[in-house]
Ligand binder design. Structure first.
Ligand SMILES: [Zn+2]
Length: 446
């Protein structure tokens, strides 16, 4: 095993892993160590800056399972609903633009393999639902700016006011229009696409996309959207044998400090705390946000466990400073942990930048890497009563950076990576070696 001053033993100094939850996670995944790869079917063949349903329609399910087996992975995490809102299974209540039961195909293919299937479902961020239910979208309570694009494809700041919807231009995903098609053809498939172009590819994260700009919406967590999500989870767990269900975007939109001030949220807050003057700026308000998100976590977990008590329920945590996760996201790690078996901190220091893009980006990423360690040291005790399985990235970084963060952020249960498409040949080779040399086939349950 490579020596690394971080990793499992290092983290034990800051957090006592709760045996019961560790064992539960190991039982669900049938392995001591999880070695998971994430698949984001709608994001195209390289990074994750594209939205592409035609790509999803052509995904070779069996080939993927075989490829993962050959590289000694034991878990495949399928993003069955991404931030666009498409539901990639045979759904009666959701929207599936791919005409394909991608989850069903993976579950079937997984049965004859060593690959266990888990799913990730994006929760509050849902462009399609925002498009069809604008009254369920989060509402601004203050003034500020959204990024918009002018007719030359250049970004500009567009002002919003109290009472305005938070639906705005998507930050990450862009859409290419194939030469044989025009905008209105694609609009039929992607009804939340705008006739606006982001013309320039930037170097910073969130500015690397190029193409047509869809909208994005963070739904109000006190709206009917929550019931919709819980019903979706029920449909999935009832109809597909999966080992784990993880909720992503189980939070408010982190870009703004002034949400959600819709009539539902405001009246609910006043009913509980009385004083409307404390909205947006008091401890009570932040408690209210945290409780709202935790209440969704509770509903989701209870619905899943009622159907399949063996299905592991987890959530993806944005590992920022407390001021950010509490005030903006409404993510309280301990409150959510009351209902969840496992937390997956998303630790992507090398998405900030990679040394391959030059010294400056390498330095920036190094800073974020060091910060990520410090932040987890300070805060991981807040994950009490949950197993921690971190996810880090393989895309948009090099082999050394990928391995470094995999070793560092293994909290004892192994590591998850994203994403399948975009991982380079050299990285696949390194991943296979890592699995063999640092985990071993027995530990991986292979
Ligand atoms: Zn609201």
């Amino acid at each position: 095993m490579k020596s690394n001053k971080f990793g499992e033993d290092f983290w034990k100094k800051y957090w006592t892993p709760p045996d019961e939850f560790i064992e539960k996670t190991q039982k669900s995944f049938k392995a001591d160590k999880v070695f998971a790869m994430g698949l984001m079917p709608v994001r195209g063949p390289a990074g994750f800056r594209k939205l592409d349903y035609e790509f999803a329609e052509q995904i070779p399910v069996k080939e993927i399972i075989t490829h993962l087996e050959e590289h000694h992975f034991n878990v495949l995490g399928v993003v069955i609903k991404d931030t666009d809102g498409a539901c990639l299974w045979n759904t009666k209540i959701g929207w599936n633009p791919t005409n394909r039961d991608i989850l069903g195909e993976f579950v079937d293919a997984g049965k004859d393999s060593n690959i266990r299937i888990m799913v990730s479902m994006t929760s509050m961020n849902d462009a399609y639902q925002g498009h069809i239910y604008p009254d369920r979208v989060s509402i601004h309570g203050g003034y500020g700016y959204h990024t918009d694009y002018n007719k030359n494809g250049e970004p500009f700041k567009s002002k919003y006011h109290p009472g305005d919807s938070t639906t705005r231009c998507e930050g990450e995903m862009r859409v290419d229009i194939p030469t044989e098609k025009n905008f209105s053809d694609v609009l039929e498939k992607i009804p939340f696409l705008q006739n606006k172009i982001d013309a320039k590819q930037g170097a910073a994260r969130g500015a690397r996309g190029k193409g047509y700009v869809p909208t994005t919406s963070f739904m109000c967590p006190n709206s009917g959207h929550v019931d919709y999500l819980v019903d979706l989870a029920e449909e999935v767990v009832k109809n597909y044998k999966i080992e784990a269900f993880f909720a992503d975007y189980i939070r408010y939109d982190g870009s703004f400090t002034d949400i959600c001030c819709c009539e539902r949220c405001v009246s609910k807050f006043i009913k509980k705390y009385g004083d409307p003057r404390t909205i947006l700026k008091s401890n009570q308000w932040y408690d209210f946000k945290e409780d709202t998100i935790a209440s969704y976590g509770q509903k989701l977990s209870e619905r899943i466990k009622n159907i399949d008590s063996d299905c592991l329920v987890g959530w993806f945590s944005l590992p920022g400073p407390k001021l950010f996760t509490r005030n903006r996201l409404g993510q309280n790690w301990t409150k959510l942990g009351a209902y969840m078996d496992s937390a997956s901190p998303m630790i992507y220091p090398y998405l900030t930048g990679t040394r391959d893009d030059g010294l400056w980006w390498g330095f920036l990423a190094w800073l974020v890497y060091r910060y990520s360690i410090l932040n987890m040291k300070n805060r991981m005790k807040e994950f009490n009563n949950q197993a921690i399985l971190a996810i880090t990235n393989s895309v948009e970084c090099n082999v050394e950076e990928m391995l470094k963060q995999m070793r560092t952020f293994d909290f004892g249960l192994g590591i998850a990576l994203f994403k399948y498409y975009g991982t380079s040949k050299a990285q696949w080779k390194a991943l296979k070696k890592y699995a063999l040399e640092e985990y071993g086939l027995d530990t991986l349950g292979l």
